[in-house]
Design a protein around this ligand. Structure first.
Ligand code: SF4
Length: 251
């Protein structure tokens, strides 16, 4: 993760930056198609290691055949796997979907609980998935942190760190709950369209606030060089492990 240097931006700056990103991406929302919390939960589980477009291609047939948790709970992995094959990791996902549906039926009367702790007890449901469902389908503020949110927030300097839960805490602390889900949506879209791994900074509305832009783009400093400190990971290019000269030389 390419963390920017310096301290975390203030809560006021973070709110202003998120509002600016929201103006740049006024239609930011989850791109997964669903009609209720159950469908969004299924779609979000399927979206792991896949794309929203790919998931949206398989879910219409899946939801037609298994419209609710009770129907899905009665399915077998053999029936399910061919339907979700193209989303990848279909064996793990089919087990997770069946386990999730059976637990919904057994413990929650077939409904999706509007509660982080109960959601993350379900097979295949981590904090990110739970936040997606809470924020988009259950009216409970949630701030899902995916790889785009990690990259964008660290580059700008409104969060610091590689750990999604830590970044979620930092962003939630700086923003009112009413902005949490939107803050995630706009950063995900910004990360997909503008602040890509190779960013399109000339099209970015928060350029003047961005630490990565100031420290990497405007200085022309090659990625991978330290920003200011010779220690730490601040200037490490994303996705590349830290390697000592000794290890590199010995390869
Ligand atoms: S200025 Fe560039 S690096 Fe910074 S948030 Fe915008 S696109 Fe990303």
């Amino acid at each position: 993760m390419a963390e920017g240097p310096g301290t975390l931006k203030t809560a006021a700056d973070t709110r202003r930056i998120i509002r600016s990103l929201a103006r740049q991406h006024p239609n930011a929302d989850t791109e997964l198609h669903s009609r209720n919390a159950f469908e969004l939960l299924v779609a979000t589980i399927l979206s792991a290691q896949s794309t929203d477009e790919r998931v949206n291609m398989v879910t219409p047939a899946l939801f037609a055949r298994y419209p609710d948790a009770a129907a899905l709970a009665r399915a077998s992995t053999g029936e399910l796997e061919p339907l979700i094959l193209s989303t990848g990791f279909f064996r793990q996902k089919s087990k997770a979907l069946l386990g999730m549906a059976r637990q919904l039926v057994d413990r929650h009367g077939g409904t999706v609980p509007a509660d982080m702790a109960l959601l993350t007890e379900l097979p295949g449901v981590g904090r990110k998935t739970a936040n997606v469902v809470l924020g988009h389908a259950l009216g409970v503020p949630g701030l899902p942190v995916d790889r785009h949110v990690l990259r964008v927030s660290n580059r700008i300097g409104i969060a610091k760190g590689d750990d999604p839960e830590r970044v979620e805490r930092q962003l939630c602390a700086a923003l009112p709950a009413s902005m949490w889900t939107r803050a995630s949506d706009v950063q995900i879209l910004h990360g997909r369209r503008i602040c890509r791994p190779k960013p399109l900074c000339d099209r970015c509305s928060v350029r003047t606030d961005c630490e990565y832009y100031r420290e990497v783009i405007t200085t022309g400093r090659p990625e991978g060089r330290p920003l200011r400190s010779k220690k730490g990971t601040a200037g490490r290019p994303e996705g590349r492990p830290l390697r000592s000269k000794k290890r590199i030389a010995g390869r």
